[in-house]
Design a binder for this molecule. Sequence first.
Ligand code: GTP
Length: 927
Amino acid sequence: MPKARVYELAKELGVDSKTVLEKLKDMGEFVKSASSTVEAPVVRRLKAAFPKQDEHAGSTDRAPAPKPAPHKPAARQEAPKPAAPRPAAPKPGQQHHATSAKPGPQRPRRANGNEERPNRSNNNRSNNANAPRGNAPKPGQHHAPRPSAPTPGPKGGRANGNANASGNASAHTPRPGNNPFNRKQGMHVPTPGDIPRPHPMARPTVNNNERRGGRPGQRGGSNFRGGRGGQGAPKPGQWGQHRQGAGSGNNHSGGSRFGGNSGGFQHNNGPSNGPSRGGGRGRGGAAGAFGRQGGKSSKARKNRLAKRHEYEEIKAPVIGGVRIPKGNGQTIKLRQGASLADLAEKINVNPAALVTVLFHLGEMATATQSLDEATFQILGDEIGWNIKIVSAEEEDKELLQQFDIDLEAEELQEDEDLKPRPPVVTVMGHVDHGKTRLLDTIRKTNVIDREAGGITQRIGAYQVTVDLDGEDRKITFLDTPGHEAFTAMRARGAEITDIAIIIVAADDGVMPQTVEAINHAQSAHVPIVVAVNKIDVEGANPDKVRGQLTEFGLVPEEYGGDTMFVDISAKYGTNVDKLLEAVLLTADAELDLRANPDMDARGATIEARLDKGRGAVATVLVQSGTLHVGDAIVAGTSYGRVRAMLDENGNNMEAALPSTPVQVLGLTSVPTAGDLFLVAPDDRTARQIAEKRQATERAAQLAKRRKVVSLESLKEQFAKAEIDMLNIVIKGDSSGSVEALEDSLMKIEVSDEVGIQVIHRGVGAITQNDVNLASVDKAVIIGFNVRPNRQVADLAEREGVEIKYYSVIYKAIEDIEASLKGMLKPEYEEVTTSHSEIREIFRSSKFGNIAGVMVLDGEVKRGTKARILRDGVATVNDLEISSLRRFKDDVKSVTEGYEAGINLGSFNDIEIGDIIETFEMREIERK
Ligand SMILES: Nc1nc2c(ncn2[C@@H]2O[C@H](COP(=O)(O)OP(=O)(O)OP(=O)(O)O)[C@@H](O)[C@H]2O)c(=O)[nH]1
């Protein structure tokens, strides 16, 4: 099958290549240019993402097949097998095949072109995990022959690709006509077998099917399919018959055939397999697909299929007016930001049906809207699936596994590879108890001792050397004191602190933040050393501190506990050396601080900022392995190559061992503090990991932004729509300033009617993306010590996006607060402008009643609002002075003391003695 090229697809979809490339990027696919080729499964997903064209696409898409029109028949034809009563049978077989192919030792991934990467990765995965694949057989299925999946030869698999169609799968011969990826066409037809079909691309499927992958080299699609087919087989409720057929066909072909010939064969004829059955049949079927001579008359088969389909439809429960095949409680994993369309694809139902069901459950969402886990769970309960949203960490682990990086496996290092590493220490404690002073003292002492004359710079962490029993030992200090930083790091998954120094001022004792700090350290299971500070101050009472801390489980050694307390004066450096010793002793006693320095470095980002001259500068802490200049690294969504490394004294380093903090130059963007970093095998892998993460992050952000509106809360939501939101994009020169600014902005409270929403924040110059985002979401961009370049500034002007620049946080806050006030809807108050007494009533056939009045006070103006007061009671309120006359002349206004003729439009119910009160609504200034 020729692979489609991006520009061809674009043409087909009626959009330009750029749009397609962007879409592909969003889908996590790496496609270089418009002339790059795209794998079939990706094509399918892409088309799904451009709904309109779908139909056509389907047909054009190498589908000589029967076209959409007669869906069902088409489907049937393609997938004759399924017809077989035992749908289960065939599938499994196929799956195996697929499997078999996979096991292949080779790293398919490498072999393939880029575009295929995703598939590949999956495949890979699958490779690694043949076994798992076995699991694949989801719920309903019978996977029979699993084991048989003989074909080992990966190559074979790959080689065959489609060619081999013949395999057992023959039935589903992968010929283009039967293209399984065309599922659009036959989609409506329910098929028993394939419920949990894995996403054609790499996506993981139900129950860890992730493993299932296709093989890299080969048509990813087919492979999958196969897998899928296998799985879902037996499920009755299922829709989409073709699926089955198709998938299997392909699969096999690729997988089994060559690779393990014997195996492959076996399959085919082989008794063992379901496939076998499928095989025989299948063959016929395949043939049928080409010519029509299959086994039984295709008419009969069609009939059966149609009946079965009908039966399944009838059997499927009706929810909210649509029939949805029920799951059996199987688990489906969706990634964060997934939509109903993603779920629909996995369980093989029409997304529109899911929209209806959800609506029936009281939630409104479009098919492509990202939903949160709770919504999916409610929906899953209703339709019989256990839907799990994969956490960001899990997802990231899976992502890394696609690139052959298994962090969990790395943790299980051989004992002999592990070498001691210095402890990493964080200083925490109450405000003003001396955290900063202590860190400064320790650093200075060390600099004076070891690097006389050296200029230290704050890079977020530093190392000191301590002489313990004649041995030089190092300690790494994180230079951002306070438990906020500690927790922020932990929140991002960076558990980097080995020991916490809790500092308590002896003249102040235990304070609220001391307790918080202790709690944080204890909940992270980090051993504590207590520094009782300011012992030089008069009134200092270190014993009191000891007593207080016993309440928190920190019992001093001298009282028989196991916590080391050291009385210090950070100001004068008293006993600071003892404190350092205590840290080392505690580490030795309680921790096994060892790491393997002979591997690719892994660690966490401690601080990062944009430097005008040097670009992104990140301080990272190596936790295991050794970081070298020239390494390709990824930190969160940033990647690059280590161009240079500097220590806290500005010295160049070539290599950084475990527990060493080091400033890294060479990242292409600024990571966020707490982002884990790792060394990738090569630049390309680093970039791809980062790009995949970016795509995931975008999806997650979108998910957050688009909240589902539930029917119950609809009214509330509408009401809320009256709340004006000031959308803000914050860009700053360091992650610290961006966070600080965001925090401060979020604290601004002007009124219940207006609010602030930070829709994007980041470190670095203001980019085109920022402007685009701001333009779509009508946001204001705040540049904190950063500016856009000319083009971006021009774009902002063209798009009418306001960019405000600040270098002082409070200025930004003042301005935003003022803008918020400006956003408040104007408040009005009623101001009475005049009273006129009706003294006479003139009746005019043309104008109705005209009141002859005397203006008692104020000024009557034409066009103003009026009401009638009768005996002091307002009878009618919403009148208007429609005409005003002085004698015969129309006038604009008449003032107090004059007579006038007033006509109140169609209102004629006036009496002599009534008072006409006029009033205006005036805007009140907000304070
Ligand atoms: N006399 C005396 N003063 C100290 C000592 N340690 C710190 N100080 C003083 O206490 C004040 C607060 O110290 P910092 O180091 O800023 O305290 P901190 O805990 O970092 O405070 P925050 O950063 O606000 O949380 C400063 O004026 C220090 O000079 C000490 O051992 N003795």
